[in-house]
Write a new protein. Sequence first.
Length: 105
Amino acid sequence: MTLTLPRKLEGLELDDDGFMLNSEEWSPEIAEAIADGEGIVLGDQHWAVINFAREEFQSEGEAPTLRRIIQSVGITTKEMYSLFPGGPAKMASKIAGLGKPTGCI
């Protein structure tokens, strides 16, 4: 399968699952492009999760788990699945420019 990247993502190094290999290259515009490719329109709740995930990654060295996001951001599991379908912690990390969270398949 050939992955066609939006123009804003061209030149970024991604793993086989589409996760950025260098989180330092991330920008809000890149997040928008990744989200668009996943059929997600980012709103305030998305950004709260994305910003938390990036802050957590900076301080802990890995992407946060779904449980950690829910506890820290004050969002329900149901809301997370609605915001980030197809595995909310995994999708949030992908859009936030982080690696795949530990424990995600």
